[in-house]
Design a protein around this ligand. Structure first.
Ligand SMILES: NC(=O)c1ccc[n+]([C@@H]2O[C@H](COP(=O)([O-])OP(=O)(O)OC[C@H]3O[C@@H](n4cnc5c(N)ncnc54)[C@H](OP(=O)(O)O)[C@@H]3O)[C@@H](O)[C@H]2O)c1
Ligand SMILES: *[C@@H]1O[C@H](CO)[C@@H](O)[C@H](O)[C@H]1NC(C)=O
Ligand SMILES: *[C@@H]1O[C@H](CO)[C@@H](O)[C@H](O)[C@H]1NC(C)=O
Ligand SMILES: CC(=O)N[C@H]1CO[C@H](CO)[C@@H](O)[C@@H]1O
Length: 373
């Protein structure tokens, strides 16, 4: 008993030490960032304060994420069962983590639909995958611009015209830390691309997902979210963050919104006896063009391959959620490094969930999430 509490205490002190080191590192980065931000915008002090606060949070979160990716590396693996004849859609499948997910699903012998803005980029990705020696599966390309809700509707119509079922939907397309811009539909672009477009897409494809699932093998929806969701809030008063724009806060908000429904939708699917399972995934901190706009990438580009995951390592937990047998019975979970991991506590606040659900329906002009069924 005494022995145990002693080891617990040591572990506790160890954790505290790591926490303090992270805080110190975070604050130093934040100070530098703070000075940079201050010199850029000398006007709105509360805003600058919030920006610095987010900077601290992200630095702590990012360093913690990198350490966790190392510590948990041994869990970061997946089985890749043969899924001959099964059909998957991967949004943003033409480059980055998405392209690697496409490759790995093809290795499972699936039919994989790359949904991307520029079909030529999708075709190129397929040629590269084939050149790398992957000959299994069938690859297709369909046009989808996640920044345009009408494009989402057109995409869903084309898929419904050509397919009667879908087995896996991977909502992966995303942007990060982009400057303020509104989409055609009037939404801040990270909100629209990362979250809202996928909300609509998932709803429109429900009939096909329903057909894909069976009692012995459910269809799956996989949301590629991020550990950034942990520092997010849903800023209902100003979803676009207009005029008080903090791009990292807007990113965290979009990623939190993606995670929010994983659990509650799973409950609804189960209640409605739909054989669909839902998962949210943090791929890890992965070396892709997503970081192009960040200071880290501008000044320390050489460092990234050393400390970040490779796209294959980042795609691994996504493929795990998409096809692994080991999660078949565990829908509704948030996965990091192929392990169930804790989510932002806001996710269990039913009033926020309801409010977000209502708002999202209104923003995409749907009466009912299940109206297509
Ligand atoms: N890298 C990381 O460390 C990390 C960490 C946590 C979460 N994530 C998440 O992982 C996902 C993939 O990121 P990544 O690292 O692979 O980034 P990436 O290399 O920048 O790729 C982003 C993908 O999203 C697509 N996309 C962007 N805007 C789009 C739009 N309007 N319509 C359709 N597609 C669009 C891009 O297609 P185009 O070629 O047309 O631009 C590209 O295929 C994102 O959701 C991201 O938030 C990444
Ligand atoms: C994924 O996120 C979309 C919104 O981006 C949401 O509509 C959908 O319910 C989410 N699915 C899961 C599995 O969480
Ligand atoms: C990111 O930067 C690299 C060069 O550093 C460039 O080749 C690539 O096209 C950029 N990607 C995007 C999406 O801006
Ligand atoms: C850090 C890390 O992610 N490590 C492992 C993740 O999984 C792949 C296999 O899919 C391993 O090769 C990595 O070493």
């Amino acid at each position: 008993m005494l022995q145990r509490s002693y080891t617990n205490r040591i572990a506790y002190l160890g954790r505290r030490k790591i926490k303090n080191m992270l805080l110190l590192f975070g604050s130093t980065c934040a100070l530098v960032a703070g000075i940079l931000i201050y010199t850029k915008s000398r006007k709105n002090w509360p805003l600058v304060f919030h920006e610095i606060l987010y900077e601290i949070k992200y630095n702590v979160l990012g360093s913690k994420g990198l350490i966790i990716d190392r510590l948990e590396a041994r869990y970061n693996k997946t089985d890749m069962p043969r899924k001959t004849g099964k059909i998957a859609i991967v949004t943003g499948g033409s480059r980055g983590i998405g392209a690697t997910v496409v490759k790995m699903l093809l290795q499972c012998d699936m039919e994989v639909i790359i949904a991307c803005r520029a079909p030529a980029a999708g075709e190129k990705a397929i040629r590269e995958i084939r050149k790398s020696g992957v000959n299994d599966g069938i690859a297709k390309v369909y046009e989808l611009d996640n920044a345009d809700l009408n494009s989402v509707r057109r995409f869903a119509d084309c898929i419904k015209r050509d397919y009667s079922r879908i087995d896996v939907l991977v909502n992966n397309a995303g942007i990060m830390f982009t400057p303020y811009a509104e989409t055609k539909d009037g939404f801040e672009q990270q909100w629209a691309i990362n979250y809202l477009s996928h909300f609509l897409l998932t709803s429109l494809l429900l009939p096909l997902l329903k057909n894909g699932g069976s009692p012995s093998e459910c269809a799956r929806v996989v949301n590629v979210s991020s550990c950034a969701h942990l520092v997010g809030i849903i800023n209902f008063e100003n979803i676009n963050y207009k005029e008080q724009f903090i791009t990292s806060a807007a990113y965290a908000q979009s990623k939190l919104a993606q995670v929010m429904f994983t659990k509650s939708l799973q409950q609804l699917f189960t209640e409605k006896q739909l054989h669909i399972k839902t998962y949210a995934v943090h791929p890890g901190i992965v070396n892709t063009d997503l970081f192009n706009d960040t200071l880290l990438s501008k000044y320390f580009k050489w460092l990234l391959p050393l400390i970040f995951k490779t796209p294959t390592e980042g795609a691994t937990p996504i493929v795990y959620a998409a096809v692994s047998k080991s999660v078949e019975e565990r829908g509704g979970i948030y996965i990091s490094n192929c392990k169930e991991s804790p989510v932002n506590p806001l996710v269990s606040d039913a009033s926020i969930l309801d409010r977000l659900f209502e708002l999202s329906l209104k923003q995409v002009r749907l009466n009912d999430f299940f109206q297509e069924l």
